[in-house]
Write a protein that binds this ligand. Structure first.
Ligand SMILES: CC(C)(COP(=O)(O)OP(=O)(O)OC[C@H]1O[C@@H](n2cnc3c(N)ncnc32)[C@H](O)[C@@H]1OP(=O)(O)O)[C@@H](O)C(=O)NCCC(=O)NCCS
Length: 166
C-alpha cells in the first residue's frame, strides 16, 4: 500500500538514492548528473520547501517538494518537483504524489501551481501533468541541453487551484 507523509532528515539516504538515479540520466532535470549529495539535499530541503515521501511499506519509492514559485507578491503560486524511483515507475506513484501535492497546495492556500521547466521530451511527466489539469502555457526554445538529443525546448505548465476539479 502506498502512503504519503512529510519527510524528515532521516529520510535523506533514501531520497538521495532516488535523486541520484533520476539526475544520472540527465534527461529530465537541469541538475548536473555529477551533483554532490550535499548540494542536492540542500536544494531539496531548501528553506520554505515542504518535502514529502511516498512509501510502499517502509520503502521510500518517491519524493516531491512543494514551495512558493516566487517570493513576496508571487508566493500564492506553488511550485513542485517530483521524483519516482526508476524501478517503481508506471505503478501510480507519480499520479498519487501529484494528486496529493494539489490537495496540499490548496490546503496551504496556494491559488495556482506552476512548473517552470518541463523538458519537452519528458513524455511521462507531460502526460501526467496534463491528466492532472495542467496546461502548457509557454515554451522556451532550446532551453534544455539533452545529453543525447541536443538542445530541446522546455515547457512552462500551469493550473489554477481555485476551480473545483481534481
Ligand atoms: C514523471 C514521473 C514522476 C511519473 O511517475 P510514475 O510513478 O512513473 O507515474 P504513474 O505511474 O503515476 O503514471 C502517471 C500517468 O502518466 C501516464 N504516462 C506514463 N507514461 C506516459 C507517456 N509516455 N505519455 C503519456 N502519458 C504517460 C500514465 O499512463 C499514467 O496515467 P494514468 O494515471 O491515467 O494511468 C516519473 O516518471 C519520474 O520520476 N520521472 C523522472 C523525474 C521527472 O521527470 N520528474 C518530473 C519533472 S517535470
Amino acid at each position: 500500500m502506498l502512503t504519503l507523509r512529510l519527510a524528515t532528515s532521516s529520510d535523506q539516504d533514501a531520497i538521495w538514492d532516488i535523486f541520484r538515479s533520476v539526475i544520472a540520466s540527465g534527461d529530465t532535470y537541469v541538475f548536473d548528473p555529477q551533483m554532490p549529495r550535499e548540494q542536492a539535499m540542500a536544494y531539496w530541503f531548501q528553506p520554505g520547501a515542504r518535502v514529502y515521501v511516498a512509501e510502499i511499506g517502509s520503502r521510500i519509492v518517491g519524493t516531491y517538494l512543494l514551495k512558493p514559485n516566487q517570493p513576496g507578491l508571487g508566493n500564492h503560486v506553488a511550485n513542485a518537483a517530483f521524483m519516482v524511483c526508476p524501478k517503481t515507475r508506471g505503478q501510480g506513484v507519480g499520479r498519487m504524489m501529484g494528486e496529493h501535492c494539489l490537495t496540499e497546495a490548496r490546503r496551504l492556500g496556494y491559488r495556482a501551481m506552476q512548473f517552470n521547466f518541463v523538458v519537452s521530451t519528458n513524455a511521462p511527466a507531460i502526460g501526467l501533468w496534463q491528466k492532472l489539469g495542467f496546461e502548457i502555457v509557454g515554451r522556451l526554445p532550446g532551453a534544455f541541453r539533452h545529453p543525447q538529443k541536443g538542445y530541446m525546448d522546455a515547457l512552462v505548465m500551469y493550473r489554477l487551484l481555485t476551480d473545483s476539479s481534481c
